[in-house]
Ligand binder design. Structure first.
Ligand code: ADP
Ligand code: TRP
Length: 322
């Protein structure tokens, strides 16, 4: 299994990113024959339009992934823009991409539907993503539910290139993450940066506690038994709790006679402990920018070797190289 995934460096990672995506990337590094993970800074450039922010976010994303357990000995970590071969491959794919296919893609479609101006970068976003995937002969792409449409586009483009020019690309498959799209935010809606309802993985424990204590709950009386499965506070609690803790809390919900304040306190206590180890590693990484730079440089070097091989194969197949 050759695993690849990208994650946009658009700010500090939140629990949705961790439990919905990053946790699975990290566990796949042990199962895969090879794993490539990159910081999709070229994709982020379609939304982040400030030099310092983009660069700082990219380094922060690298530090957070490493602190959360991504192991550069097992997985290759790099910045997307450090592999220019991918952008070249993107052009080769672009020449065979039907406009209609991209018009149907949701990132562009949603923006247009809202009457916002979309640029060519956003429109062709899925083609760059296809190049990202195909450049490493990846067969398995772990992604959240929201990215499956893009993987279908990638499969379409690879299929039609192979059909026109002969077998060139490995056909990838999406591996949809179990808990994708299921982490609620502090307001009960899906946790997302764009809704401003996030709990950050590396938030200061005191700040995190304040945010947790402000989680929106309903106003049912304390005595009333409640269904834990439909309660977003419980959904957050269960992410961090052990099995016995989960069962105990679920039983408390079903029995009734408790206040949401107690659950919030219990959640804040779990949250303070859950990422302690990662926080400790993060502090070390914050103090060692040279190490992080070296990890990204080594990762890019390795990634470029593979991407150059695939690019050459594609260039020869379509006749831009003899
Ligand atoms: P945001 O919505 O905050 O902008 P992104 O779209 O950058 O988050 O998320 C990157 C990946 O993290 C997504 O593809 C998805 O796999 C995962 N993810 C984000 N939010 C959640 C969530 N609330 N629940 C589960 N997974 C999520
Ligand atoms: N578009 C993905 C996201 O927003 C990030 C991404 C870019 C990606 N290239 C990729 C994911 C290739 C998987 C494979 O989450």
């Amino acid at each position: 299994m050759r695993v690849l995934s990208g994650i946009q460096p658009t700010g500090r990672f939140h629990w949705g990113n961790y439990f919905g995506a990053i946790r699975q990337y990290i566990s796949l590094q042990d199962e895969a024959d090879e794993a490539f993970y990159f910081l999709a800074n070229l994709h982020a450039l379609t939304t982040v339009r400030d030099r310092e922010t983009l660069w700082e976010n990219t380094l922060e994303a690298a530090r957070e992934l490493l602190a959360l357990g991504l192991d550069p000995e097992k997985a290759t970590l790099f910045a997307q823009s450090d592999v220019p071969e991918v952008s070249e491959l993107c052009w080769l794919l672009m020449t065979g991409t039907p406009m209609g296919l991209l018009e149907r893609c949701h990132a562009y479609k949603d923006k247009k539907a809202k009457g916002l101006n979309a640029d060519a970068g956003l429109f062709t976003y899925p083609v760059l993503m296809a190049a990202d995937i195909l450049a490493y002969d990846s067969d398995t792409v772990p992604v959240g539910e929201d990215q499956t449409q893009h993987i279908e586009v990638c499969r379409d483009l690879a299929g039609s290139f192979n059909h026109t020019f002969g077998e060139t690309f490995v056909m990838p498959k999406a591996k949809v993450l179990e808990s994708a799209a299921s982490v609620p935010g502090v307001d009960g809606e899906k946790m997302s940066k764009s809704y401003g309802n996030t709990l950050e993985v590396f938030e200061e424990p005191a700040v995190l506690k304040k945010k947790i204590m402000r989680i929106v709950t309903d106003s049912r009386p304390m005595e009333e038994p409640k269904d834990p499965e439909t309660d977003h506070l419980y959904q957050l609690y269960r992410l961090l709790a052990t099995e016995p803790q989960r069962e105990e809390m679920a039983a408390l919900y079903r029995r009734g006679g408790f206040g949401y304040g107690e659950v919030k306190k219990a959640l804040a206590a779990l949250a303070a402990d859950y990422f302690t180890e990662a926080r400790r590693r993060k502090e070390k990484l914050d103090a060692d920018p040279e190490y992080v730079r070296q990890v990204l440089a080594d990762g890019a070097k390795k990634a470029r070797i593979k991407a150059a091989e695939v690019l050459l194969r594609a260039q020869r197949a379509c006749g831009v190289k003899g």
